[in-house]
Design a protein around this ligand. Structure first.
Ligand code: NDP
Length: 337
């Protein structure tokens, strides 16, 4: 089979589309023929080897939609020919939260990621593909969907009537956040860097739009919610936005964060945390049960995929660069041919 492998850290040029051995199912695994996969930001972190080194040689990819072509001797939950998507969280094994701690395709040891023609995953991570979606559409969801579901539904948690400030609202997490906020009768406030991206956010249900390049986010927030702030702030850019996120959060509201695209060294005025009793909550991935709950909403047509473009898998480097330069609205999908 062919897969996209890197043997050293660096730019997109380190990615090689090369022959490797076919994966073999262990007793509790399934092997999936990958029909489509997606690019996520952790593919970029892995390829750079920073801020955290990953195992080398490495195959990235944390999302897949495909067909089960082999299964281990102990697997009774799946049949050959099942159409599945993959939950990318490694079941909890060693942390106090009891929650997922490793991401498939990034830091899950000894398990290659989705950027190949075939993949092996534990059977418990393969869940039924929504029947109303193509493989390309289905591959656009799992990681960003489950991460956003946990952030908004479990961690915030978002309530009817809340204002939800969503950074990077046209990005992978953002397009899910708009739709999930709407699903829970909240008011999504979308922030993005272009009017084209904001048009997409509006189509997805954003009630308020802020162009962070041409408008003053603080002033626009004041126009929308007054001095009160947003009950929920959906954080992930990190260093560039975290200080403002805390200031724009309402009294007793929640800033829920899962990323640090622009850097880790955030500068926070702590007076806003303790005087106004703002909650700063961390979140990563979600459980396979949370993914299934969210996929039920996909199957019901309440959450839709947002695909920026589809590329051949061997051109993943080009797709990664689009993420790095913030040119993507929704998801970049990869297909093997
Ligand atoms: P995308 O690249 O799809 O979207 C990120 C968006 O962030 C961009 O579209 C951009 O929007 C916005 N952004 C980037 N830099 C800045 C900045 N300096 N100020 C304000 N906005 C900025 O990525 P994802 O949505 O898939 O992921 C976002 C982050 O979350 C990544 O760091 C990723 O690693 C992390 N993540 C963490 C997970 C976890 O479980 N912990 C799971 C999934 C993602 P615009 O330019 O339009 O404003």
């Amino acid at each position: 089979m062919k897969a996209l492998v890197f043997e050293e850290y660096g730019g997109p040029e380190v990615l090689q589309w090369k022959d490797i051995d076919d994966p073999k199912a262990g007793p509790n695994d399934v092997v999936i023929e990958v029909k489509a996969t997606a690019i996520n930001y952790n593919d970029v972190w892995g390829r750079r080897g920073a801020p955290m080194e990953v195992e080398l040689p490495h195959i990235s990819g944390s999302d897949a939609s495909g067909v089960v072509v082999d299964k281990g001797s102990e697997v009774t939950s799946h049949s050959i020919g099942d159409e599945v998507v993959v939950h990318c969280g490694r079941p909890a094994f060693n942390n106090r939260t009891g929650q997922e701690c490793n991401i498939w395709g990034y830091d899950w040891p000894a398990l290659d990621g989705a950027h190949g023609q075939y993949v092996r995953v534990p059977a418990e991570n393969a869940v039924p593909k929504p029947t109303n979606l193509t493989h390309e559409e289905a591959a656009s969801f799992p990681l960003v969907l489950v991460t956003t579901w946990r952030k908004l539904v479990e961690k915030a948690p978002v309530k009817p009537g809340d204002h939800v400030l969503i950074w990077g609202a046209a990005g992978g997490l953002g397009v899910m956040a708009i739709q999930i906020a709407r699903l829970f009768q909240a008011h999504p406030i979308a922030v993005a860097s272009s009017d084209e991206k904001l048009e997409l956010c509006k189509d997805l249900g954003a009630e308020f739009l802020i162009n962070r390049k041409t408008q003053d986010v603080r002033q626009e927030m004041r126009n929308i919610v007054g001095r009160r702030g947003a009950e929920v702030v959906f954080e992930h850019p990190g260093q560039a936005t975290m200080g403002l996120s805390v200031q724009l959060c309402s009294w007793g509201g929640t800033v829920v964060t899962s990323g640090a695209t622009s850097g880790y060294d955030a500068n926070i005025d702590l007076r806003h945390i303790f005087f106004r009793q703002v909650k700063l909550v961390g979140s990563t991935l979600g459980t396979v049960h949370q993914l299934q709950d969210a996929l039920d909403q996909v199957q019901a047509g309440h959450i839709k995929p947002v695909i920026d473009r589809v590329l051949p898998m061997k051109d993943a480097g080009q797709g990664q660069t689009l993420l790095e330069t913030e040119e993507v609205a929704g998801k970049v999908i990869l297909v093997p041919d």
